[in-house]
Design a protein around this ligand. Structure first.
Ligand SMILES: Nc1ncnc2c1ncn2[C@@H]1O[C@H](COP(=O)(O)OP(=O)(O)O)[C@@H](O)[C@H]1O
Ligand SMILES: [Mg+2]
Length: 376
């Protein structure tokens, strides 16, 4: 458990963090959000003692962090930041093993760990381990940054606007991956962002900061439903991106993502793998020559059953749930939840795949359901 008790930080006579108190439970995904300059980074860095607090105390599992040796503390706390995170003169493997090597893990153990970690994010060891950061896409670099933070199995991970510089599709994919990793590995995460969509999507609990103070700590649903004051309300209103008006009856067609990665069923598995890898996604929607929906092809499916020269027709999966453009969004969300599917395919009346519904679509629509059209 992480506990901030009346924590303060001043620069000169400017109070940057003011009497901040909150707790984050083990295994919780806490998102620290607030306007730029409100003190988020400072708050985070006080936990791994990159910045020394001026008052109050921070406890990690009941122990005051000032009583823990700073290096030891940092090996217990993974840290991911935007861009500049990776060492440009080190390979992927060397970057990932920075902390394990500091901890004097032997070569074999380091190598085994790198293989495990790359597998977690579907990056092939032989392809990527010896590459340098500048040979990777932005999304791959940030994945490696996340793996590096996980390498020595710290129970706590701090992430400071880690996906801020990525394009929206890559960002969306990485958000999903990190959320899934956290669920699987049961890490305690404090994730800083100024993007309310990201916060709603990722958080178990949102900590809303403004001008060095904590204004509200609540689940995403609760914060949307009952913002603590006008500052929180206004910030969420500005940041939850606009989509549709209306209350409870938004159809899927209005909130779906339209840039579906589609291929024809005559495509070969190898071409599909190349497209997935260039767009950093792990499945494609497959259609016939009249653009009618047939199923999806996934990277797992190709690995398990694909032959390089064979067409994807043979490994189509038809288990992804489908909805219609006029299906109510709330029904789609119920399906997403009950089936654990990662997305739904939206079909128009002619059975063409015209969109997908993801959990991000959900968070946006949630805001509209709560507020209606005029609040944002
Ligand atoms: N070393 C420093 N000296 C003086 N002021 C600082 C220093 N570091 C941060 N600040 C100020 O503290 C405030 C909070 O900064 P920061 O924690 O980086 O905010 P955020 O991450 O929310 O954008 C800002 O006004 C910033 O200018
Ligand atoms: Mg910051």
């Amino acid at each position: 458990m992480i506990e901030y008790r009346n924590v303060c930080k001043n620069y000169g006579d400017r109070k940057i963090v003011k009497d901040l108190s909150f707790t984050v439970e083990d295994g919780q995904f806490a998102v620290l959000i607030g306007p730029s300059g409100c003190g988020k980074t400072t708050t985070l860095k006080m936990l791994n003692r990159l910045i020394q607090s001026d008052g109050g105390e921070i406890l990690l599992d009941g122990k005051n962090i000032n009583d823990i040796n700073a290096e030891e503390l940092r090996t217990h706390i993974g840290y991911v930041i935007q861009q500049i995170g990776l060492f440009p003169n080190m390979t992927v493997e060397q970057n990932i093993t920075v902390v394990p090597r500091l901890l004097k893990w032997d070569k074999e153990r380091c190598n085994k760990r790198v293989r495990e970690l790359l597998a977690l994010v579907d990056m092939d060891y032989d392809t990527y381990a010896k590459k340098y950061p500048n040979e990777l896409s932005g999304g791959q670099q940030q994945r490696v940054g996340v793996l590096r933070a996980l390498a020595a199995e710290p129970p706590v991970i701090l992430m400071d606007e880690p996906f801020g510089a990525l394009d929206p599709i890559t960002r969306d994919a990485l958000q999903d991956e990190v959320k899934n990793l956290q669920k699987r590995l049961h890490k305690t995460i404090i994730f800083v962002t100024h993007d309310m969509n990201e916060a709603i999507k990722m958080a178990d609990v949102i900590l809303f900061m403004s001008d060095g103070e904590l204004l509200q700590k609540a689940s995403p649903e609760e914060m949307l439903r009952a913002p603590a004051n006008d500052t929180v309300r206004e910030f969420m209103g500005k940041h939850v991106s606009q989509g549709v008006a209306g209350q409870d009856n938004i159809p899927c067609g209005e909130i779906m993502r339209k840039n579906v990665a589609k291929v024809s069923d005559t495509w070969r598995t190898l071409e599909c793998v190349q497209l997935m890898s260039s767009r950093e996604i792990d499945s494609l929607v497959v259609v016939d020559d009249s653009d009618r929906y047939l199923g999806v092809v996934t990277i797992e499916g190709i690995k398990a059953r694909g032959k390089a020269g064979a067409s994807v027709r043979n490994i189509l999966e038809t288990t992804v749930p489908t909805v219609r453009t006029d299906t109510l969004a709330k029904e789609a969300f119920a399906t997403l939840d009950s089936t654990k599917a990662r997305y739904l395919v939206v079909l128009d009346k002619d059975d063409r795949a015209v969109g997908i519904i993801t959990r991000t679509s959900m968070s946006k629509a949630l805001a509209y359901m709560v507020w209606g059209g005029d609040a944002v």
